[in-house]
Design a protein around this ligand. Sequence first.
Ligand code: NAP
Ligand code: G4F
Length: 324
Amino acid sequence: MKKRAFITGITGQDGSYLAEFLLSRGYDVFGLVRRTSTVNFERIRHIQDQITLISGDMLDQTSMFRALYDIRPQEVYNLAAQSFVQTSWTQPVFTGDVTAIGVTRLLDAIRSVDPTIRFYQASSSEMFGKVQEVPQRETTPFYPRSPYGVAKVYGHWITVNYRESYNMHASSGILFNHESPRRGLEFVTRKVTHHAAKIKLGLTNELRIGNLDAQRDWGFAGDYVKAMWLMLQQDTPDDFVVATGKTYSVEKLLQIAFSTVDLDWKNYTIQDERYMRPAEVDLLVGDPSKAGTKLGWEPDVSFEQLVQMMVEADLQHLKAEHKL
Ligand code: NAP
Ligand code: G4F
């Protein structure tokens, strides 16, 4: 009999890669989708006939309960969140409701329907915020710097708490930034690669950007979803940092993206206060050695390959869209 996996956030970047990965492993894949006035299935359209979509919302516990009751999955991956850090300052309560309390709604629905279900929580390197140690590992204390980061700390600890209180197989992946051609346009990597491609094609002539000095440990989303799955295949639930161990500045990202299309980023980039944050996370770099040793996980795609892949994909999309 096929294993059944339920993914919240299936319409997002990671949800789409995870659904592909689980299908390739022979799973029946189910995904939670919230009601929107226009359909937003771009990232899963190519696999839509192979998966089952269930209507629901992280704010509505009855919809989770019903989904779990109907599907009876062996594995649940909680990827749904208000995931954009900047928006968490303008919508702090909503962010907390979805990204923090939503985790409790889901964990408690699992506890009621079938506590043997294995659970994955999408924790985040944003929890390290004002970092207390370099590199950051599973034992590094958290110091979140945004309402999003605070919400993720709650989601992380409620996952630990359900594991310890009810002996549930609940694991958290503390994932550092991971990107892809499917990344939302508001995140800095995709914003930069999309603009580099647009400028190259003569569709715009400037890129407005915020802090150039921030450093991130950026990996490829396609590599990271495998780590999520590996966590749920272990005998014992646990928490794992998933990262590349290397860090780059936003300025370095600009250099690589623009040089991919033979342009100098300095000629097109304008710093704009609107993209600065009330509190910044200056430096993230993870130590993925526990994931390497216990899960046998390591990333395949380098930062340079990732940025080039994203610029090339944006060039192709824009050429098709504008019939160039
Ligand atoms: P994403 O592209 O923003 O996807 C978020 C998903 O959550 C979307 O499918 C979205 O649905 C769904 N969602 C939001 N609010 C919801 C609600 N109230 N009810 C049901 N679904 C809701 O994020 P991602 O990059 O794939 O990240 C996946 C998860 O990993 C998130 O929890 C994120 O916080 C976490 N994370 C991401 C990174 C990273 O670098 N990408 C790193 C660490 C942790 P719609 O399509 O309807 O908006
Ligand atoms: O791409 P970002 O918006 O990602 P951020 O804030 O690191 O959050 C992402 O990674 C987290 C993991 O650490 C996830 F949990 C979270 O869900 C999300 O996926 O910004 C990266 C850096 C920041 O320091 C920001 O200040 O880039 C800087 N930046 C500079 N200019 C900009 C811009 N960020 C954005 N989005 N837009 C700018 O114009």
